[in-house]
Design a protein around this ligand. Structure first.
Ligand SMILES: [Zn+2]
Length: 95
């Protein structure tokens, strides 16, 4: 079961274990007895370091640093061509 962190008005932090379906927003601080509110983050559920996190990281990195492509996939080869592979040369006037 996940652990939830609470923080009271006197800045005491403590953890409580609850099921995800019954997490109280408020609790009582065991140190001073004040009202404590649940912190929004669940630090024990961090995905960092897991295999899923590595997969997400690799996928997001490929969006910014794609692998170098050396040839166009399915590029038509013109008969008689092959002298140059520069696509700008195809725009030159032909005689
Ligand atoms: Zn307290």
């Amino acid at each position: 079961m996940p652990t939830y962190t609470y923080r009271c008005e006197n800045a005491h932090r403590f953890d409580e274990v609850h099921t995800m379906h019954s997490v109280p927003e408020r609790s009582v601080c065991p140190e001073c007895g004040q009202d404590a509110r649940r912190r929004p983050a669940a630090p024990h559920l961090s995905a960092a370091g897991s295999s899923a996190y590595g997969l997400i990281d690799a996928a997001s990195r490929s969006a910014h640093e794609p692998d170098v492509v050396t040839s166009l996939p399915g590029a038509p080869r013109r008969p008689g061509g092959g002298i140059t592979r520069n696509p700008l040369h195809a725009k030159l006037p032909r005689h």
